[in-house]
Write a new protein. Structure first.
Lengths: 619, 84
């Protein structure tokens, strides 16, 4: 098999050693790359009862066989670990250039083991691995850290860093790369921080072994040409994902005021047009991306904090849609400049803006409802719609100061500690805060959040268009659609490339087996690929079964607000999901998946997918 | 509705994955409709659920779905993109 080096670089931070883990081709055929290989490795090697922030946890990173080859958008990379945010399977994907660079350094994947005694930077320069003190970087923000390392090592190094949130083991800490790209979800930055790893830098000078280089040159050229020629190419690029803001409001699915409602009347102040007209400076894309969705913005404004007023002027990548939804609508910030500033603050602190916006909104609602008192926030008047409140809460969370120490562990744990019915305001599934779509009037999207294998994240099955297409009151066929999408979309993370060219431009799925086979020399069909993706989805489910005592159906249940409260305003006013309908959706979903009524894969299913090694973990 | 016996011709295109929900419509087509209709009304008359369209571009510029169509307009209907 080509497209791989058959080398996984394992770096032990405890004793500053490294070694190569060379696996046979069958391993790559079975798991492909990215989250597939990562899921298998952590399943095998991370023992039950491992503290996600202990040295036994692994931090795995890899793209896939397509990483860094001449084909559209082959720059995506997955981080995989046992998640501190949920205690279960965790992964998070990042764009930029670091996945291809790892490949050029001669490795298919990178694994950090153990924990360094002191803050450390690891430098991977092809075969040369060095460990440097990061004492002088500890406490610094992500932007400054990356800039210092670029200046010291050279611009040709690709760098991943954590900020203060990762250092303080905040469960929503992200890993930042390329001055604004984040592996944001599931607390991968906290795992990096637990290893005392402030940053790592990679530079490679090798090639990628390709089965048929001439065919790749021809096919790759054609694939780029196809993307550029796709009708709609010119219309997609200008606003990036921010362009979806109006639409999500129009269909009544925009998280607003801690998911209290699903329509933000002031969304036109933070939508794609506002971004385009007021703050956008330039596009910014990942490696080999024909459709750069990244937007680089410059925002200025005034931060009014009590009687104090400070001007701000920031350059930031974003805001992209998820940040607009969770920091904008969900915290009711009605200014694109202010959303951009909060985006910058959270990025610099090294925290996920999705979970960050959720936790801030949760805290604001807890204050409003009297669950938290003014004294617990240093006597401040915190409120929705106030940038200073968002900034203050972000900072105390990232630095674990005062009440921020509890909020730093996410809304699920915070609600357990706060009590007083605050579970009602905690919007999460499995402990992961929900991303920027509301499901009370979109059952397929709700089911997608309930059954996503990392918690309430949208990217496993973005099923909301299906809800609109077949009708929001229709349930039949939706579990099947969610399962189908849960196999298609994560497979891109196994190959090491971005899915937005397919989603946005309609770049045909048939292109991917062709590219994959030209690079690897394999003869996979799309159906083979979906079978492999299903295998991985069942393995990640089994990770939960293995690691979480009592795991089952109740873990797939949505936040109480979705069931108990009617949407009060906007196009979805009067809607909620009934328990009866949720149970129907779950029953059918489990049936389609070949899982039992409790949501556990059956022995037959595991055997059919080549997962017999999981059978003992069914207990 | 301000419909008259006169008609106008507009050029329409559908972009992105939503096209799968309107398989009977080609990616590009020319359409004749009455004067005084909004784009939303024309979408409905063509069997296109306006909620499945994220945004519209008319003659190269972003427009609202309630845009009043004019003779010769070039309209592009965009599917919602997704992040992550
Ligand atoms: S579409 Fe966006 S996320 Fe995907 S590769 Fe391009 S810039 Fe990166």
């Amino acid at each position: 098999m080509k497209g791989i080096h058959q080398k996984i670089l394992r770096i032990n931070l405890s004793d500053k050693s490294h070694r190569l883990d060379c696996r046979d081709e069958e391993f790559y055929r079975t798991w492909i790359g990215g989250r597939g290989m990562g899921a298998k490795i952590i399943y095998d090697e991370v023992p039950v009862d491992t503290d996600p922030l202990g040295p036994e946890n692994l931090l795995y990173m890899s793209g896939g066989p397509l990483s860094g080859v001449y084909a559209p958008a082959t720059g995506k990379t997955s981080f995989v670990c046992k998640s501190p945010a949920t205690g279960g399977y965790g992964d998070s994907n990042v764009g930029g250039h670091i996945g291809p660079e790892l490949k050029y350094a001669g490795y298919d994947a990178l694994i950090f083991e153990g924990a360094a005694a002191e803050p450390t930077v690891v430098v991977i320069d092809d075969d040369k691995i060095t460990f440097q003190s990061a004492a002088y970087l500890w406490g610094k923000g992500t932007f400054e850290t990356e800039k210092i390392l670029k200046d010291e090592l050279g611009d040709d190094f690709q760098i991943a860093v954590i900020g203060p949130a990762g250092e303080k083991l905040v469960y929503i800490a992200c890993i930042q790369h390329d001055f604004g790209r984040q592996a944001g979800r599931t607390g991968v930055g906290a795992v990096m921080g637990s290893k005392n790893l402030k940053a790592f830098a990679i530079r490679g000078s090798k090639g990628v072994p390709v089965a048929d280089a001439a065919a790749l040159l021809e096919h790759g050229k054609q694939a780029f040409a196809n993307c550029f020629a796709k009708p709609g190419f010119e219309e997609w690029t200008p606003m990036g994902t921010a362009g979806v803001t109006n639409w999500v409001n129009e269909i009544g699915a925009f998280p607003t005021r801690n998911f209290y409602t699903t329509y933000f009347p002031e969304h036109e102040k933070i939508n794609g047009e506002a971004l385009l007209e007021r703050i956008l400076r330039t596009d910014k894309g990942c490696f080999a991306c024909p459709t750069p969705c990244g937007k680089y913005s410059s925002a200025a404004g005034v931060l009014k904090d009590g009687t104090r007023e400070e001007t701000f002027q920031v350059l930031v990548e974003g805001p992209e849609y998820e940040t607009i939804a969770l920091v904008g609508g969900n915290c009711e910030i009605a200014s694109i400049e202010e959303v951009a500033y909060a985006n910058y603050v959270m990025d610099d602190l090294g925290m996920d803006t999705i979970s960050g916006g959720n936790i801030v909104a949760f805290a604001l609602e807890c204050l409003e409802k009297g669950v938290l008192s003014k004294e617990q926030v240093e006597g401040r008047e915190l409120r929705f719609g106030d940038l200073a409140s968002v900034v203050y809460l972000s900072e105390i969370i990232a630095k674990r100061q005062g009440i921020g120490d509890i909020l730093a562990e996410g809304v699920k744990i915070a609600a357990e500690k706060f009590g007083h019915n605050s579970q009602h305001y905690a919007i999460h599934v499995k402990g992961l805060e929900q991303s920027g779509y509301e499901g009370r009037n979109a059952p397929a999207m709700m089911l997608a959040f309930m059954t996503a294998d990392i918690g309430a994240h949208h990217n496993r099955a973005w099923a909301i268009t299906h809800d609109i297409a077949v009708g929001v009151d229709v349930f039949e066929g939706k579990p099947e659609k969610v399962v189908e999408l849960q196999h298609i979309r994560p497979f891109f993370d196994q190959m090491g490339c971005c899915r937005l060219q397919w989603v946005e431009l309609g770049f045909e799925l048939e292109n991917y087996p062709d590219l994959f086979n030209i690079v690897t020399g394999e003869k996979l069909t799309w159906e083979d690929m979906m079978h492999i993706s299903e295998r991985v989805y069942n393995l990640t489910r089994m990770f939960w079964v293995k690691h979480m005592p009592g795991f089952g159906r109740s873990w797939d249940w949505p936040p109480p607000r979705m069931i108990e409260e009617l949407v009060p305003t906007g196009p979805s006013a009067g809607k909620k999901i009934s328990e009866e309908n949720l149970n129907w959706l779950l029953d059918r979903y489990y049936e389609v998946r070949g899982w039992d009524k409790n949501g556990i894969p059956t022995p037959e299913k595991l055997e059919q997918l080549g997962l017999s090694f999981c059978l003992p973990d069914l207990k | 509705m301000n419909l008259t016996t006169e008609s106008i011709t507009v050029h329409m295109g559908i972009r992105g994955h939503c096209a799968e929900y309107f398989p009977e419509l080609p990616e590009e087509f020319t359409h004749q409709c009455g004067v005084g209709l909004t784009l939303r009304q024309v979408m409905v008359s063509l069997g296109i659920n306006p909620l499945l369209i994220m945004g519209v571009v008319v003659n190269g510029k972003l427009a609202k779905k309630d845009y009043l169509l004019q003779e010769g307009d070039k309209v592009i209907l965009l599917s919602p993109p997704t992040g992550g």
